[in-house]
Design a protein around this ligand. Structure first.
Ligand code: MG
Length: 353
């Protein structure tokens, strides 16, 4: 078992092991304060893994109940959270009890937000089952929901009590969901690790996925420890996301995955920065090539003006300026403050790759 400890105001461990799902009960018992556990999961994941997790929790002495919501980003809204509160209250959950988030990024974000707010905060465990959630969203304590004005605009920083990662769950992901997570993996290579990026270029990620998960989680852990509330370095994790979130919004969050949109955002920003003389030549093409290798798009038909206007409503924008993340070269990133009025002109330097 690989173990990483995240230091924060509420520190927690990330445990990575194939098959960890079937022994999760004992591991959760070790950090839980009460004896009730609610599994929160979606209609895709619960039928596959809910039984394994529930029986492991029961064997460890927990009284277990479950709350299952319809799978998909469309569920990630406050009305779904209200239903979670109802389930928790109807089953008599108190502050000492624990929520177990079993699923992908949407599940972790929502179950985490319910945990952050129910009775002003109860404990929760992340059991991420998608690649995106394992390498990215399950670590770092961001929880929340979408509102019609944009993604993740309502939420809380709320640390899990533990993150349990079972790479075996990736076997049941569709190729599209695997690619979705690969966009975040590629992002980690771009912002912090040229060696990871080169491995993604040369090797087949699926063959080395355990090592990839460990490296991405280690990078994220280091970044969030240094900047828990995203006032500085943590912003680097948003590489590709400022434009990516806007593209997702333009699609109404259906018909494009988060990873696809982030990949397009990374290429657009890097191409523009290259032509502005900031990023080393050739980086945008390398990013585009590696995205294509993992079945991700590199450009989109949404008009640039619509994308940049949408980005101005992002959380990275404040006052009359916006923070964007750029690369010096692969593995070396920084944030740049632009006037909102300059974003469109800056991005229009980019080319379709
Ligand atoms: Mg992301």
């Amino acid at each position: 078992m690989k173990k990483l400890s995240v230091k924060s105001n509420r520190s927690y461990d990330i445990l990575i092991e194939r098959g960890i799902l079937s022994s999760c009960g004992e591991l959760i018992k070790a950090v839980a304060r009460g004896n009730k556990a609610m599994i929160i999961s979606d209609s895709n994941v619960y039928p596959i893994y809910g039984g394994t997790v529930a029986s492991s929790l029961e064997s460890a002495g927990f009284a277990v109940c479950s709350h299952v919501f319809p799978a998909g980003e469309a569920s990630k809204q406050l009305s779904s959270i209200a239903k979670m509160y109802d389930s928790l209250a109807e089953n008599g959950f108190s502050r000492k009890d624990i929520i177990v988030a079993l699923g992908g990024g949407v599940t972790g974000d929502m179950a985490g937000f319910a945990a952050a707010t129910y009775q002003r905060g109860i404990d929760f465990i992340q059991i991420p089952t998608s690649l995106l959630a394992q390498v990215d969203s399950s670590v770092g304590a961001k929880t929340g929901v979408d509102i019609k004005q944009g993604k993740n605009l309502v939420g809380a920083f709320w640390q899990p009590s533990a993150v349990l990662i079972d790479p075996n769950t990736l076997k049941t992901l569709t190729p599209e969901f695997f690619s979705d997570g690969m966009a975040e993996v590629i992002k980690y290579g771009c912002i912090k690790s040229a060696s990871l990026f080169e491995r993604l270029e040369k090797e087949n990620a699926a063959d080395i996925i355990d090592e990839i998960i460990l490296e991405c989680v280690s990078i994220k852990k280091d970044v969030v420890e240094r900047d828990e509330h995203e006032s500085g370095e943590r912003m680097l994790l948003n590489f590709g996301h400022t434009l990516g979130h806007s593209i997702e919004k333009a699609y109404g969050y259906t018909g494009i995955t988060h990873g696809q949109a982030v990949g397009i955002g990374m290429v657009m920003m890097t191409s523009a920065a290259q032509n502005a003389g900031i990023t080393e030549k050739g980086c945008a093409k390398r990013i585009a090539d590696v995205l294509k290798k993992y079945s991700l798009p590199t450009c989109d038909k949404t008009p640039l003006k619509l994308i940049t206007d949408g980005a101005l409503g992002d959380k990275k924008a404040s006052g009359d300026s916006i923070n964007i993340v750029l690369l010096n070269k692969i593995g070396d990133s920084f944030t740049k403050r632009l006037k909102k009025s300059e974003l469109y002109d800056f991005c229009s330097k980019g080319e379709i790759i």
